[in-house]
Design a protein around this ligand. Structure first.
Ligand SMILES: [Zn+2]
Length: 136
C-alpha cells in the first residue's frame, strides 16, 4: 500500500500494489491521477516526511518533488494532447459528414426543382386539354 496526494485537491489517497504506475480518478475531485511507482512513492514519502537535516538535503528533496511534478505535468500534457487529437479527429469526421449532408441537400434541391418543373408542365398540358375540351 502506498500513499500519495491528489495534485489538484491534495486529498490523501492510497493505492494497492496492483495499481502502481496506473492511472486512477481522484475520488474527491475526479482529476485523473497517475499512481506513483513504488520506488517513486517511497522517494516522495521520504522527501515529505523526513525533516530537512541539511539545506542541501532539503534542496535535493525539492528538486525531487519538482522532478515528480514535471513528470506528472508531462503525463497530463500527453493526455491533453491525446484528447485534443481525438477531438480534432471527431471534428474532421463531423465536417466530412456535414459535407455529405450538404451534397444530399443539393441533390434534393435539384430533384425538387425538376419535380416542380415536371408538375408545372403536367398542369400546363392538362389545362390545355381542358380548354380544348370546353371548346368542343
Ligand atoms: Zn483530487
Amino acid at each position: 500500500m502506498i500513499f500519495f496526494h491528489c495534485h489538484k485537491c491534495d486529498t490523501r489517497l492510497s493505492a494497492t500494489p496492483e495499481l502502481f504506475g496506473t492511472s486512477i480518478g481522484c475520488p474527491a475531485c475526479a482529476t485523473w491521477l497517475k499512481v506513483p511507482q513504488l520506488e517513486d512513492a517511497s522517494k516522495i514519502v521520504q522527501a515529505k516526511s523526513s525533516p530537512p537535516a541539511a539545506p542541501s538535503d532539503d534542496l535535493k528533496a525539492r528538486i525531487l518533488t519538482l522532478t515528480e511534478e514535471v513528470k506528472r505535468l508531462q503525463a497530463n500534457l500527453l493526455e491533453v494532447q491525446g484528447l485534443k487529437e481525438g477531438l480534432e479527429l471527431k471534428l474532421n469526421d463531423q465536417s466530412i459528414e456535414l459535407e455529405s449532408l450538404e451534397t444530399s441537400r443539393r441533390d434534393l434541391k435539384s430533384k425538387y426543382e425538376k419535380l416542380k418543373q415536371t408538375s408545372q408542365e403536367t398542369i400546363f398540358s392538362l389545362e390545355e386539354k381542358l380548354s380544348q375540351q370546353s371548346k368542343n
